[in-house]
Design a protein around this ligand. Structure first.
Ligand code: FAD
Length: 470
């Protein structure tokens, strides 16, 4: 691909862009563009322009124009992604969806909501709640992250243990491919098996196969009631064993979160919840359903959570108790940033039965490399956020941290796990993808990319290694 990447936009391209986007929907000033060159990975590269999308038709025209000029297009929601997927490493235009944020309709009887991609997750939850429903994906960043970002990353959160991730909660999409074609995927019904499942292919593709301009999301009825438990254990191993036991009994919690000892100590200052002292780990378990279901369900969960290492089980009695617990859990990620100059934040997944093995070996790696590792996350899915605390100014430590990380990934794969459960690949994990996917898999994926985006203009350089051109 002959690239147009240079410090300024070609005049004719710029002129045509101005036909498509009004002055208020376009940033060309370098300083203003700079602010759209990052995400929560803290990587940065400046785009050549920032465009605020308004309509599907406009995006079709934009793709056709960018194709002509070999200009990369990087879709962007709120930039809360943690893996650099919105960072324009190959230059190009940032296509922001912050102004394309209308909810287009709710069909309560069909349990669906239709939305533009720039709507926040929270706005969807609020609109759905008015009709007695919710949309299950609930990333901790829900108040600011967008549906487009949730779809492109296949984001999830605590509720995924019972209700699945984004992929399980979408009926259909409207997408503009890298050729400028409009693709309507999926169905508006809860069943449908005609053709290949392009909806699930686009979800999780990190803006590399198509630009999502509309989504039909599947809604779930809100539960009558919830019960939340805080369970403390003497060691991380007892907690990990309890997770396996809870998931082996028939009642599925709607959240099963895990916090290790270091994480408990770390958030004590940021929490109004009554956190246990001298505990090696803590679980937060939430159950939703009708009153009678909850009574029986709680008994079953408590019974399976008890083992020799269980110190105490506390039931949250008031709304405030529940709120404090969740605020505590949500404070973890930002708190880590305050404690260490740099955290390498992974979101690996292993089969639930292998969590004890994972934790034990992470302990070993922490000691081997003398690097603190803080673990917490969505244990019910085996999805553990593994945080290596480092210092970017210490070169030696940085090298050790990278070696440690390689071993963490080897460990995860040896336990039949996967490198990322919800944060995606973006830039930061791309070099590790071939450790998990073999050559045949990668070739098929590269051929799919070629089909959707023959000129490699959609978020180039992300997600999978690029095919070598023959
Ligand atoms: C404090 C904090 C907590 C978090 N907690 C969680 C969590 O619990 N679970 C979780 O899964 N994630 C979590 N995240 C990560 C992040 O919030 C999610 O990945 C979120 O879905 C990203 O949404 P966004 O709007 O910020 O997307 P962005 O970061 O802007 O973009 C993400 C990806 O989506 C693509 N994209 C955006 N819009 C479109 C579109 N219309 N069409 C095609 N591609 C598009 C981008 O190109 C990029 O590849 C957290 C982040 C933070 C900062």
């Amino acid at each position: 691909m002959s690239s147009l990447i240079n410090s300024s936009l070609e005049e004719s391209f710029s002129r045509e862009l101005k036909q498509l986007f009004s002055a208020e929907d376009m940033l060309l000033d370098k300083a203003l563009c700079w602010t759209y060159g990052y995400d929560n990975s803290r990587l940065h590269a400046p785009p050549q322009a920032v465009l605020f999308a308004r309509s599907h038709h406009q995006i079709v025209q934009l793709v056709k124009l960018c194709r002509q000029y070999h200009m990369p297009i990087i879709s962007r929601g709120s930039g809360t992604g943690t893996t650099g997927a919105t960072v324009p490493v190959k230059g190009g235009v940032i296509l922001s969806f912050e102004k394309m944020n209308n909810i287009l309709g709710i069909e309560a009887n069909n349990r669906l909501i239709i939305t533009e991609p720039g709507t926040t997750n929270q706005a969807i939850q609020n609109a759905a709640a008015e009709h007695g429903f919710f949309w299950p994906p609930d990333p901790t960043s829900s108040t600011i992250c967008t549906i487009g970002g949730n779809l492109a990353y296949n984001s999830a959160g605590p509720r995924a243990v019972k209700y699945g991730s984004t992929r399980e909660n979408v009926l259909g999409l409207t997408v503009v491919t890298g050729k400028g074609d409009t693709l309507k995927t999926g169905v508006k019904t809860t069943k449908g098996v005609v053709g290949y499942d392009l909806t699930r292919l686009i979800i999780g593709s990190e803006g590399t196969l198509g630009i999502i301009t509309e989504a039909v999301l599947k809604l779930t009825p809100l539960a009558d009631e919830k019960q939340t438990l805080q369970i403390s254990y003497d060691s991380i191993h007892s907690a990990a064993q309890a997770v396996s036991a809870i998931m082996a009994q028939p009642v599925t919690p709607c959240a099963l979160e895990f916090i290790d000892k270091q994480a408990i100590e770390m958030i004590r200052d940021y929490s109004s919840a009554k956190l246990p002292h001298n505990a090696g780990a803590m679980l937060m378990v939430e159950l939703d359903g009708s009153k009678s279901y909850l009574e029986e369900g709680l008994e079953s969960i408590i019974c399976s959570a008890q083992n020799n290492g269980c110190i105490e089980i506390i039931k949250a009695e008031t709304e405030q108790d529940v709120k404090s617990l969740w605020e505590t859990r949500k404070a973890l990620s930002p708190a880590l940033r305050k404690i260490a100059p740099k955290k390498i934040n992974e979101d690996v997944v292993v089969p639930v039965s292998k969590i004890p093995d994972l934790i034990e070996n992470l302990d070993r790696l922490s000691q081997k490399y003398n690097i603190p590792i803080v673990n917490f996350g969505h244990a019910g899915n085996g999805n553990i956020h593994v945080n290596l605390l480092t210092d970017p100014d210490d070169q030696q430590l940085q090298i050790k941290a990278q070696q440690c990380l390689e071993e963490v990934f080897q460990l995860v794969l040896s336990l039949d796990g996967t490198l990322s459960g919800e944060h995606g690949i973006g830039l930061v994990k791309k070099q590790f993808v071939s450790k998990e996917l073999d050559e045949t898999n990668l070739k098929y994926m590269q051929a799919i990319k070629q089909q959707f985006d023959p000129d490699n203009i959609l978020n180039p350089g992300k997600t999978i290694p690029e095919a070598t051109r023959e």
